[in-house]
Design a protein around this ligand. Structure first.
Ligand code: H2B
Length: 92
């Protein structure tokens, strides 16, 4: 599967909302009112991930949720990550 390096990812990042390229993946930080809102979001992201059979790295501290997307099988950023990022943008 083709991977995008930071330079190749630039035009694609413009189609996404506030994702940044880092360490061969893309990352975004979300802040919610409280833990419960953040947890609800994590569950929604989990359902999208299951639907797409592509899974995010999730990090949660109280009302904050950090998401990192990269394709482990390809060792980098692929269209699978872009598709999941677009779906996450739709629900956030
Ligand atoms: N998610 C991510 N982020 N990277 C992968 O390489 C990956 C995945 N592989 N979800 C999938 C599942 C693979 O392990 C299964 C067997 O399709």
């Amino acid at each position: 599967m083709d991977t995008y390096n930071e330079q190749k990812a630039q035009p694609i990042l413009k189609e996404l909302k506030d994702w940044t390229f880092n360490n061969n993946g893309i990352e975004k930080k979300f802040v919610f009112k409280n833990f419960s809102q953040g947890l609800g979001f994590i569950v929604q992201v989990g359902l999208l991930a299951e639907k797409q059979n592509h899974h995010p790295e999730l990090f949660n501290v109280y009302n904050k949720v950090d998401i990192r997307l990269s394709t482990h099988d390809a060792n980098g950023l692929t269209d699978k990550d872009i598709d999941l990022a677009k779906a996450i943008d739709q629900i956030s």
